[in-house]
Write a protein that binds this ligand. Structure first.
Ligand SMILES: Nc1ncnc2c1ncn2[C@@H]1O[C@H](COP(=O)(O)OP(=O)(O)OP(=O)(O)O)[C@@H](O)[C@H]1O
Ligand SMILES: [Mg+2]
Length: 257
């Protein structure tokens, strides 16, 4: 049994078919990637898996449990955690506090308790702070813990989002274009973090436009185009696939670049 089993997943927006009959199996422990041109339906796919959008049809099973149509907070509590394509940090909060919010998704009372702070809540606070600092060290932001989150340089904001997602204790982590807007060095740092996350037995699905990055770190890659999964395979298979070269890489030269 794969950790994530998607069958016939379809999403229509009025006349547009954003996802069309997608089947996907993601084995536990794998580093999986989803690539495809702009508008191919990648984010829509994540939105359905994470419960942010209801599928038009099809099913999603996580760890053997049907999660199709479950609420997003229930899905997150089961260990299926996502980041967003655009940075979504909390303003007016420090770097560490942003990660603590992520921790509270996985602690008693959730974010509501973190805001209201009943007495029992304070007992778990010290643990939460320690966990947040540990995660910030893990992504290399330990020194910036007390800074205002939204004042971090963009590349570090993206790393902070990864730390916040990890705070929610994912078993499956969905990353929507985490390298978008990063320079070459920042992309290397991120790639290393994603691989270290995966080695902790956290299954990862990465949406990414950077084919070089994906073919280097992913174990397996699915390619979407116009809402359909056109192929799936190992990085070597994907690089050689004619439909991928035509639909995604554009030209023969791009395929060899
Ligand atoms: N909420 C929505 N309502 C209507 N149409 C939508 C909605 N969300 C996405 N779409 C459309 O569905 C198609 C797929 O969009 P999606 O965001 O999933 O693509 P993507 O592969 O993530 O693209 P990108 O690489 O640009 O992020 C697009 O044509 C988009 O305009
Ligand atoms: Mg997208």
């Amino acid at each position: 049994m794969a950790l994530l089993e998607v069958r016939g997943l379809t999403k229509r927006f009025d006349g547009l078919v954003a996802n069309s009959d997608i089947d996907l199996d993601v084995p536990e422990g794998s580093l999986f990637a989803v690539i495809g041109p702009n508008g191919a339906g990648k984010t829509t796919f994540f939105n359905m898996i994470s419960g942010f959008l209801q599928p038009t049809s099809g099913t999603i099973a996580f760890a053997g449990v049907q999660i199709t149509n479950l609420r997003q907070d229930r899905i997150a509590a089961m260990g299926l955690v996502r980041t967003f394509q655009l940075v979504q940090l909390f303003g007016g909060m420090s770097v560490a506090e942003n990660v603590e919010v992520g921790c509270h998704l996985a602690t008693k009372g959730g974010i509501g308790a973190a805001l209201v702070r009943p007495p029992w809540f304070r007992h778990q606070e010290a643990d939460v702070r320690a966990k947040a600092l540990e995660l910030l060290d893990f992504v290399g932001l330990g020194v910036q813990a007390e800074q205002e989150a939204t004042l971090l340089p963009y590349g570090q904001q993206r790393l902070l989002e990864v730390a916040r997602a990890l705070a929610a204790k994912p078993r499956l982590l969905l990353l929507d274009e985490p390298a978008a807007g990063l320079n070459a060095h920042e992309t290397e740092v991120l790639a290393d973090i994603i691989q270290r996350v995966n080695r902790q037995n956290i299954t990862v699905i990465l949406i990414e436009h950077d084919v070089a990055l994906v073919t280097r770190i992913a174990h397996r890659i699915a390619v979407l185009d116009f809402g359909r999964k056109i192929t799936e395979g190992t990085p070597d298979e994907i690089k050689r696939h004619p439909e991928v070269i035509a639909a995604y890489l554009g030209t023969e030269e791009a395929a060899h670049a």
